[in-house]
Design a protein around this ligand. Sequence first.
Ligand SMILES: [Zn+2]
Length: 221
Amino acid sequence: MIQKPTPTIEDYLGVIYTLDRDGEKVIGARLAELLDVSPPTVTVTLKRMLRDNWITIDDKKQIHLTPTGSIAAISVIRRHMLTEWLLSRVLDIPWSELHAEADKLEHSISKDVEDHLISALEDPSACPHGNPMPGQESISDDWQVLTSFLIGDTCVIKRIHEWLEDDPGMMKFLEAKHVLPEKTAKIIDISHTNKNIQICIEDNYTSIDFDVADKIFASRI
Ligand SMILES: [Zn+2]
């Protein structure tokens, strides 16, 4: 029986898993940025995680999950995504607020409740923002970032990346502009000078900076 990590360790495990999934280098500085904590705090926490066998750190200072760490990371991400669905379907919490609310609740969901959620929610393959459940990453194989489309293209929004979910102001903006999974978007303009892309969804014209559009995925139609 694996000992359950503390909420702080679970947060680290989730971010490490997600960076690794995306093929990004997992280093302390990136964790400090994404978890919004100081680099010295990250160093202290990583030492604890190393001691408790959640991670290994190689000679290039890159962090890797151990098999135990990986199981724990997958567990917390699943609980997070299921909680988002619960809050959405049962309590009708706004789409833009689901992530932040689930962040608080995910740590206290037991395995028993998780199993009930999986069956009640019919084992979803992604969260309400379109991010794949661990093990279901192949659903996103044909989705491409908004910046890869051309003027005049039409696409269906599929996924708002986890790093955008972490920005409540951005999530509110996207929700207000109908930039939501399963909405059809037309690419109106791409400005390399202003580094933004203009899209139209349900008569809403929205300019999105390239660095945000690079974290929104859509499928071509
Ligand atoms: Zn989500």
